[in-house]
Design a protein around this ligand. Sequence first.
Ligand SMILES: [Zn+2]
Length: 293
Amino acid sequence: MIKKIASVFLGLLILSFPASAGAEISVFVSVPPQKYFTEQVGGERVRVSVLVEKGQDPHTFEPLPAQMAALSRAELYLSIGLPFERSLLPRLRKINPGLRVFPADRGVEKIMGKDEEHHGHTDEHGHDHDHGGSDPHVWNGVREAGIIAENILAALTDLDPAGAEHYVRNYRNFKARLDKLDSELRELFRGKEGTAFLVFHPAWGYLAREYGLDEVAIESEGKEPKASDLAALISSAKERGIKSILISPQFSRRTAEIIAGNIGANVETVNPLAEEWEENIRAAAHTIATAAK
Ligand SMILES: [Zn+2]
């Protein structure tokens, strides 16, 4: 009897998996939030790998040999506009000529002129990055996430037309959630426009732009600020009544704590690269809004 139930159950299990299991599209992305977006649209038809994993710095990233081997078998690379991609993608085309590369940041209206503030540190690692001059942290904007998802929809549909209906349905569901999140954040920041917040590494520019906030970076040219810059930062933060300092787990707390001690602000850790994107954006927004008067 038990045997029979077990075999029926096994049969159901096998039936409930699509016949194409194991034939998912192998997609590579640069950073964890892109994995989230790709899975929202691709569902069970994709298998997503992230290049820059937890604790690594996307600005100085260099793939491991094992990652290059996996990339040589990938079907799709969704780039996001990070400097390391510019040297990586030509190498990928050589080892994997069939790889499709789709810029997931296509159509995003980039924040310009912030590059020197935070991506100069690549030089000290001997990398030759040309500075595009735009803020690469596009995944931390809600509107931008919608554009990225639309690009992912286009890339997946192109590669796998049989899944088109599935992708469109998933995209619509995700877009509806993004619209809800957007109205929620709009409500959260209502009357708080102009609120400034300090952040060690300026990864929240797109969120700030959307809701009328002012992101002020502590680091300068990707490094700890000089003593004179720090003094200027502290006095301007006092003047503006800044009560919230965000730091990323990837960077040191030390400078942030010195400033916090001087201006009476709280230091909060928020990860700008979390894979649990939606939850994380909400948490970051609430941290900023709570500190605003
Ligand atoms: Zn960054």
